[in-house]
Design a protein around this ligand. Structure first.
Ligand SMILES: Nc1ncnc2c1ncn2[C@@H]1O[C@H](COP(=O)(O)OP(=O)(O)OP(=O)(O)O)[C@@H](O)[C@H]1O
Length: 434
């Protein structure tokens, strides 16, 4: 018969039993939670869910329960600029959605290759709420983030830093809007309607199986407002701009890395496309032709061609980019490769031209706040006879703060002189040939 002593478990047995129970309890508690992992990249592109989480949490940090926040500013011009706040790594951020408790944590993992660290969010909830969080909370915070981005005050312009292989942001301070851009009313209406239709076009683009993107080619002489038009588009859409110096990209691999580093709801701007790629097809002089051939040769060595770029951009946008605008600018449309001008390539070709009477009056109204003036009639006549760019007129208006037509008159005289000289040259050539 077993003694009483034998029936009483030893201290070590009791301890072992409780340890097992505790582990059971702990693991069942642990297993009752569920964690969503949201990484920075999704199929080589920026994961938009990660971006949404970042924006949502940052905007709510003040109201959410967390013991710490990141603070800082990237405003190089103003050390006293208002502080931005961010999500600190490893801090636990509690949120609540329809009575469900949620916990966010931003983790950071060092990697051996570029970009040397990988960030990802953990979003944890009780297992039983997994479906609810998937169907309701994810769309909720994504929509909140979208709203915040749409109403964000500061737009950024990004330039690519090759040394650090990153896009560097600066506050975009070009305040031109469609109100202050002097263009013909018809062009203004076309642009605004096109952009608005594009912004609302998500379902349309999906239904016709096309990438949600729009391409504009802005062409015209220097100073006719191409950059100002880009600013007006960015401000109208509230999109950031990625200003890509295509000349600085060495090969397709680098191009892929650069483009996949751009975010949705943005403008990819490639200025002076005739200079940057192997895109010119007509040369003016032998010397220019040699320079272009040399450039072309270099480009071939470097491995980027215009059609390559276009195919690449098309493919990339179709697979992982949404709500993107791509803008090419050029002073010489006639020099561009037909591949770029082919229908369907760029959705709209927009001519930014010399001042018309309407544009002139608009500039006077913008700069001098004058809507009517006795000088308007003579001014309108002169402007039709000379090729004055809006930039030239704006500069004069800024300088004189007066509706001064002297520079237009001088321009007219200069133009007449040049015409006489050119006619003289042609006559000379004709005589020689004869
Ligand atoms: N259509 C316009 N409406 C109002 N301002 C204009 C317009 N066009 C030019 N300007 C003024 O002229 C300046 C230069 O114009 P902008 O840089 O937009 O021309 P651009 O066509 O891009 O020139 P480039 O081809 O040399 O880059 C602008 O900052 C703006 O002040």
């Amino acid at each position: 018969m077993a003694s009483l002593f034998n029936q009483v478990p030893s201290v070590s047995t009791v301890f072992a039993l409780y340890t097992v129970k505790f582990i059971d309890l702990f693991s069942s508690y642990y297993q009752s939670s569920f964690t969503f992992v949201i990484e920075q990249k999704w199929e080589f592109c920026d994961n938009q869910t990660f971006r949404a989480a970042e924006v949502y949490l940052t905007s709510r940090l003040a109201g959410l329960s967390t013991g710490e926040v990141l603070v800082g500013s990237s405003d190089l011009k103003n050390p006293a600029a208002e502080l931005n706040i961010g999500v600190p790594v490893n801090a636990k951020i509690a949120d609540e959605f329809e009575g469900i408790h949620l916990e966010w944590t931003l983790h950071c993992l060092e990697t051996k290759s570029f970009p040397y660290e990988k960030q990802y969010f953990h979003l944890t909830c009780k297992k039983q709420y997994r479906e609810k969080i998937m169907t309701d909370y994810f769309p909720y915070f994504a929509k909140s983030a979208e709203k915040i981005i749409r109403h964000r005050e500061d737009l950024c312009i990004y330039t690519y830093n090759r040394q650090q292989s990153t896009w560097q942001a600066a506050i975009f301070e070009h305040h031109t809007t469609f109100k202050t851009l002097a263009i013909e009313p018809q062009l203004k209406t076309t642009m605004i309607d096109d952009l608005d239709a594009f912004a609302k076009g998500k379902d349309f683009f999906k239904s016709v199986g096309r990438a949600w993107k729009r391409g504009y080619l802005l062409y015209g002489p220097p100073g006719t407002g191409k950059s100002s038009m880009v600013a007006a588009i960015a401000n109208h859409m509230n999109y950031n701009i990625y200003d890509l110096q295509i000349q600085s990209i060495s090969d397709d691999g680098e191009l892929r890395k650069v483009l996949t580093g751009t975010k949705n709801r943005s403008i990819l701007l490639i200025e002076d496309i005739d200079c940057g790629t192997d895109s010119s097809c007509r040369r003016q002089t032998k010397k220019e032709e040699d320079v272009e051939l040399e450039k072309k040769k270099k480009k071939r060595d470097l491995g980027i061609s215009l059609s390559g770029l276009l195919n690449f951009v098309d493919g990339l946008w179709s697979s992982c980019g949404e709500e993107r605008i791509i803008i090419f600018t050029t002073n010489h449309k006639e020099k561009l490769d037909p591949a770029l001008l082919r229908p369907g390539r760029m959705d709209l070709h927009i001519l930014m031209d010399y001042c018309t009477p309407f544009v002139l009056k608009k500039l006077v109204a913008i700069y001098l706040k004058i809507d009517d003036h006795v000088l308007f009639d003579p001014l309108e006549k002169v402007v039709l006879e000379v090729s004055a760019t809006p930039a030239e007129v704006a500069q004069q208006l800024m300088a004189s703060k007066n509706a001064d037509i002297e520079f237009l008159k001088k321009k007219k005289l200069k133009k007449e002189d040049t015409k006489v000289e050119e006619e003289g040259e042609i006559e000379d050539v004709d005589t020689t040939e004869a």
